[in-house]
Design a protein around this ligand. Structure first.
Ligand code: ADP
Length: 439
């Protein structure tokens, strides 16, 4: 407990002590000797307390000071109070640093603090993962010795930090990181690295998409323009056979554009769709009957043998327009890309507890190197052939989007010279078996 220090009391105690020493000196008739012994005893008592203070400060683990009295008690209490205050301050500061570090660890970006000598003072967990730093081993090492990309070194040494830079990640060349550097405090720098791979890819995709659409539209427009200019520029009379060919070519090119625009609209509708898959049951057998008759009309020239094996009890939760698009794209592709008089089998059946749809053909098949890219927009194995069939290169991209929306995935198996099999299945949650319908 704190009590105020009183010099009067202390001096009073000292005077009392020496008065007692003097009385004893008079009593034994040795005043000087008594005063000398009294002074030495007092000195020893002080040295004893100094020794205890030193032991407490440097060797004892106890926080509480040893018991004593007088002026020494006051000194012990003072030191104890200062120590306690320091300890609380340190604790508060420790908590603050801990909270700051936890906050920095929770950042979605890699963060590194660099001091005035370009040495690392601290880095978060993401910096260890994304930038390949190791902690605490890299503490105190120069950042430009650890991130060795020439563009980063140039950026770091130039000191112009008003724009970020984008370079590949030091740990994974597939990743693109955006580096930002923010100076703060006493020439310290905060380096923040963010994974922008997806954003860059999206930007690339957007550019490719615009270029592809323009390219796809330019060819038919050039053909149309060519004929129109020809008809417009001279009064020549063309033979009827030529006119017929010209009109048929113009019709086919304008259909191609129309088809492309329709496919693009379907694709964007599916991408923007917020419709829920679990709300309506789609009568797939009925839908397949309608597609079968459309396929019959499409098959007039090619004379394929098309066989439909449909389990009429099997329905699914889904979005009818989207599913129709996916089913018909796969069936019509088989008709288009299988040479005349081929065999095509379309199946809709239960595989375990899941509904499976497949289209098999014995056409030319697709080489392995194309398989992983078939669902990319505008990707075609043989551009010239696909154009002849009126293909836009968007069919399988639409199928992929529809299936993703229905938590499913397109599986493609194909062998050159033997044929192809396109299939997908619906999860048990989406599969509905209507036992009232006849199989
Ligand atoms: P397209 O509109 O050109 O048909 P798709 O996205 O539907 O575009 O198909 C992409 C490419 O996949 C086609 O150009 C074609 O080369 C190939 N393909 C699709 N289905 C088949 C199939 N059943 N047999 C062989 N090749 C196919």
């Amino acid at each position: 407990m704190y009590y105020p220090f009183s010099w009067i009391k202390t001096l009073g105690r000292l005077a009392g002590y020496f008065a007692l020493v003097c009385v004893l000196g008079f009593y034994f008739d040795a005043l000087m000797a008594s005063v000398a012994i009294g002074a030495v005893l007092l000195l020893l008592a002080h040295y004893w307390n100094l020794y205890r203070l030193n032991r407490w400060l440097w060797h004892s683990k106890k926080m509480t000071p040893p018991k004593t009295g007088g002026v020494w008690e006051h000194i012990y209490e003072g030191i104890y109070y200062l120590q306690r205050r320091n300890r609380n301050k340190r604790k508060e500061l420790g908590n603050l640093v801990k909270r700051f570090r936890e906050g920095a660890e929770a950042l979605p970006d890699a963060a590194v603090v660099v001091d005035a000598n370009a040495c690392i003072s601290w880095c978060n967990r993401l910096a260890r993962i994304e930038l390949g730093l190791s902690w605490p081993d890299d503490a105190g090492r120069r950042i430009d010795n650890l991130i060795r990309h020439p563009q980063f070194i140039e950026f770091f040494h130039q000191g112009k930090f008003n724009h970020p830079i984008e370079i590949t990640s030091p740990t994974n060349i597939e990743k693109i990181l955006e580096y930002r550097i923010m100076p703060y405090g006493d020439k310290h720098l905060l380096l923040v690295a963010r994974d922008v791979t997806r954003v860059t890819q999206l930007e690339e995709m957007r550019k490719d998409f615009v270029a592809n659409v323009s390219h796809e539209l330019r060819t038919p427009l050039t053909v149309l323009n060519g004929y129109l200019e020809m008809f417009n520029s001279d009064d020549a009379q063309y033979p009827p056979a030529f006119m017929q060919k010209a009109f048929s070519e113009m019709t086919s090119q304008s259909r191609r554009m129309q088809n492309l625009i329709e496919q693009l609209l379907i694709l964007s509708r599916i991408e923007a769709s917020a419709e829920r898959v679990y709300e309506k049951v789609v009568d797939v057998p009925q839908m397949l009957r309608a597609i079968e008759s459309e396929a019959g009309a499409l098959n007039k020239d090619k004379k394929h043998q098309i066989q439909f094996d449909v389990d009429s009890r099997l329905r699914v939760f889904g979005i009818e327009t989207e599913l129709r698009s996916a089913f018909s794209n796969l069936i019509f592709n088989a008709i288009h890309y299988t040479p005349a008089k081929g065999h095509i089998r379309v199946g809709w059946h239960l595989l375990g507890k899941e509904a499976e749809f497949y289209v098999e053909d014995d056409g030319d098949g697709i080489a392995e190197k194309h398989l992983s890219r078939l669902t990319e927009r505008f990707y075609r194995v043989d551009k010239a052939r696909s154009r002849k069939t009126g293909g836009s290169g968007l069919g399988l991209a639409i199928v992929k989007h529809v299936l993703t929306h229905h938590n499913s995935k397109l599986e493609i198996a194909s062998e050159v010279g033997k044929g192809s099999r396109f299939s997908f299945h619906f999860s048990t949650e989406l599969t509905v078996v209507d036992s009232n319908a006849t199989a």
